[in-house]
Design a protein around this ligand. Structure first.
Ligand code: GLU
Length: 437
């Protein structure tokens, strides 16, 4: 399906791509992809004091990590870069001078200022918030060009949205109050106005504006925390929108198919880490084992382990043993460190209190276990059960020390599965280190 719909994301590079920005970008992108229209990226870098190239880079990095690609822009060696307002200054100056010539704007030193017409009611029908109107008498004149020769946001946004043929402006609700000024500028320039869809705010769990206090605010940080971009994508889509039923987990393709701008709610949504963790865990569980291992790889490395010395299949097998436990790739790496290195176990261990008598009993069991002909987890378990029954012991009396020696943890996958996976030699090495055989 193709459509003339054109939407845009217009970040100011005054910070990284934060959650609110990424959410706005996502909704624009989803709408463009759903309807077969175009998604434009425009960097609004006219605030010289606050805009930096570094911020622009992190915004682009965040967008590309989330897989939000844009459709056109100036040619940069084969692909297209974003539009940048700083590269379009001539255009803003030209239209500002048109407004001066027609008596709708005036100059004050180097600055150009729009005289807001009196006695007008400015109204628009927001696709999300409905009918909104404002009296022009409540508005002050609007600076179009500052004395440094750069345009202001409210002016440049109108020129660009018109020239870039944007049909629907989808942006944060905090811009509703700017819209009447922008509408007056459209009228003064004799241009048709686009549709507007303002998106609800995203708040922290305490219902306050999202800030560092609520955790990472920059999208790219979530990558380093072990989130999958598809999960963040999925979770963002659920903020202020739902697929019309109670489905919460979906792929990018499904989101594109189901997304509908007219079903966006105006109620502010809450950024809830528990929910994000739930969505991330579901995406990790859905992915093919080798891909899961590939994503976990850097987190093993970060923990000082050497996953490169193992095959991808082996690494995937390790993660399979977790049977869906672990909410992030970081947790997956952490929960499995003992498979990659005995050193990780030595830092923890847990059997310090095993006394001489108990040690003697355990030695008996582990010696029997290591010489048991089969090494399948099921048969090892049957063997252990029989041995414990014979000695009047509980299974956990042997399973717990085995768990400490092999994993250094109180909780792990079935310990005979761990033993079987590590193999007889490695199990023997760890047990003998602790004097248990
Ligand atoms: N540069 C503005 C911002 O980052 C864009 C607002 C708009 O989409 O019109 O808030």
């Amino acid at each position: 399906m193709t459509s003339n719909t054109r939407v845009r994301f217009a970040p100011s590079p005054t910070g990284a791509l934060h959650i609110g920005g990424a959410h706005t970008a996502l909704f624009n992108w989803l709408w463009a992809r759903h309807i077969g229209g175009s998604f434009i990226l425009r960097i609004e870098d006219t605030d010289l004091a606050r805009s930096t190239e570094e911020h622009e880079r992190t915004i682009l990095q965040g967008l590309s990590w989330l897989g939000l690609d844009w459709d056109e822009g100036p040619d940069v060696g084969g692909s297209h870069g974003p539009y940048r307002q700083s590269e379009r200054r001539e255009i803003y100056l030209r239209h500002a001078h048109d407004l001066v010539r027609s008596g709708q704007a005036y100059c004050e030193g180097e600055a150009v200022i729009f005289s807001v017409p009196k006695g007008r009611t400015v109204a628009f029908d927001d696709l999300v918030y409905g009918h909104i109107e404002m009296e022009s008498d409540t508005l002050k004149d609007v600076v179009l060009i500052k004395s440094d020769g750069f345009p202001t946001y409210n002016y440049a946004v109108v020129v660009d949205d018109h020239l870039m043929e944007i049909t629907c402006v989808v942006r944060g609700e905090d811009h509703i109050s700017n819209t009447p000024k922008q509408l007056l500028l459209y009228q003064a320039l004799g241009w048709e106005t686009p549709l507007f869809a303002h998106l609800p705010m995203i708040l922290g769990k305490d219902k306050k504006k999202l800030s560092k206090r609520h955790g990472a605010t920059s999208v790219y940080e979530y990558r380093d925390m072990g989130y999958h971009p598809d999960a963040l994508f999925n979770y963002f889509a659920l903020l202020g929108w739902n697929p019309g039923d109670d489905r919460e987990i979906f792929t990018r393709e499904e989101a594109v198919r189901m997304f509908d701008l007219t079903r966006v709610t105006k109620k502010a949504s809450v950024f809830d880490m528990d929910k994000l963790n739930f969505v991330n865990q579901a995406h990790i569980a859905m992915m093919p084992p080798l891909e899961r291992a590939r994503h976990t790889f850097p987190f093993w490395e970060e923990a000082g382990l050497d996953p490169g010395s193992r095959s991808e299949e082996w690494l995937a097998g390790v993660l399979d043993l977790l049977e869906g436990r672990g909410r992030t790739f970081r947790e997956l790496a952490e929960y499995t460190d003992y498979f990659l290195s005995f050193e990780a176990v030595k830092k923890r261990w847990g059997g310090e209190d095993i006394d001489g008598e108990r040690r003697g009993t355990l030695k008996g069991f582990f010696t029997a276990m290591l010489s048991f002909p089969s090494w399948s987890p099921e048969e090892l378990e049957v063997m252990a059960k029989a041995w414990c029954d014979g000695k009047g012991l509980k299974m956990k009396d042997v399973a717990m020390p085995l768990r400490w020696a092999l994993t250094g943890r109180k909780v792990s996958p079935g310990i005979f599965h761990v033993a079987a996976f590590l193999g007889r030699d490695e199990v023997k090495k760890r047990l003998s280190h602790y004097g248990l055989i």
